[in-house]
Design a protein around this ligand. Structure first.
Ligand SMILES: [Zn+2]
Length: 309
């Protein structure tokens, strides 16, 4: 389907095909002109947080309660969310804003980080017992970040009226899940190799990362993409500087899909408040209480089959 839409054979970098996203039909310059006018500096983003929360359904009072516990700092890298360790402390949203204001890419990442900060605030301040604060593991906070990130256009006041929207979202979710599972497998194999080879030099590690990336590519991606021997899955520096992190994105996307499914017809803010005040239960217990079923890739696979029909 992607090859048909592109009008050519697939190339390795099409693992990042984003043509199923509604934003792909809007020129990035237009989006950047909106975001840079709205958010010329980090302070403007902070001031905008309560407004974004009310757009997502929170009352003004509750929006202020959450937003006043989050501060925004300029970042040199892409972005980051640092949660508070105790009540009374604030969480930090780190985001990159150039002197021309926040571009769309920075805004999209900032909304992702904002999702983390909202989760961090609810799961610290609103759980029954401090010792239960947090979420079962990092995949759960990634899920909230993705839930927010996917609503970034709505938060900019852009309406998406494509009747195919739901189908396209499923295709997008499935395709990006495949990409992130690929790099996750590379990361796990790299760390297994590192533990088996603790004396490895940087040069040997580099060689091994590329070798593993090609192996994973040839086994899982080459049959789909029609191209062999691509080292592309070795791309994430994340896998070395944040050990064993990428799987959190893969599971985060699976959890996000199940939560989106559950949210249909329900109030977004009420449900986020309810789910993220459950606290640091075991993962399946959390999922059962949050959406009534265990963590599973079946819902996304079923929806994909349906969309492909
Ligand atoms: Zn994240």
């Amino acid at each position: 389907m992607i090859s048909e839409r592109l009008g050519r054979d697939l190339r390795p970098y099409d693992i990042w095909y984003d043509g199923f996203k509604s934003r792909s039909s809007i020129p990035e310059d237009l989006l950047t002109s909106k975001t840079s006018a709205l958010y010329p500096d980090p302070a403007a983003f902070r001031a905008g947080m309560p407004i974004m929360l009310t757009k997502l359904g929170w009352s003004a009072e509750r929006a202020n309660y959450i937003a006043e516990k989050i501060v925004v700092d300029p970042a040199r890298g892409s972005g980051h969310a640092w949660g508070a360790g105790m009540k009374g402390a604030v969480s930090h949203l780190r985001t990159r804003v150039s002197d021309k204001g926040m571009d769309y890419k920075g805004y999209n990442i900032a909304v992702h980080e904002f999702g983390h900060n909202v989760e961090q605030t609810i799961s610290l301040y609103d759980v029954d017992y401090f010792m239960l604060s947090g979420v079962p593991n990092t995949a759960f906070t990634e899920a909230t970040a993705f839930l927010f990130q996917d609503r970034d256009l709505m938060l900019l006041g852009i309406k998406e009226e494509n009747p195919e929207k739901e189908k396209l979202q499923t295709l997008d979710a499935a395709w990006s899940l495949m990409e992130i599972m690929g790099v996750s497998m590379v990361e796990m194999k790299v760390w297994k190799w590192l533990y088996e080879n603790p004396q490895a030099t940087p040069a040997q590690l580099k060689e091994q990362v590329i070798k593993i990336a090609v192996e994973v590519w040839n086994k899982y991606f080459a049959p789909v993409m029609g191209v062999s021997d691509s080292p592309l899955l070795a791309i994430y520096s994340h896998m070395i500087n944040g050990p064993l992190y990428l799987q959190n994105y893969a599971y985060g996307q699976i959890i996000q899909f199940q939560i989106e499914d559950h949210l249909r017809g329900k109030d977004f803010s009420d449900e986020i408040d309810r789910m993220y005040s459950l606290g640091r239960l075991t993962p399946q217990q959390w999922m059962n209480q949050a959406v009534g079923v265990k963590i599973s890739a079946q819902p996304i696979l079923r929806a994909l089959d349906e969309a492909l029909k």
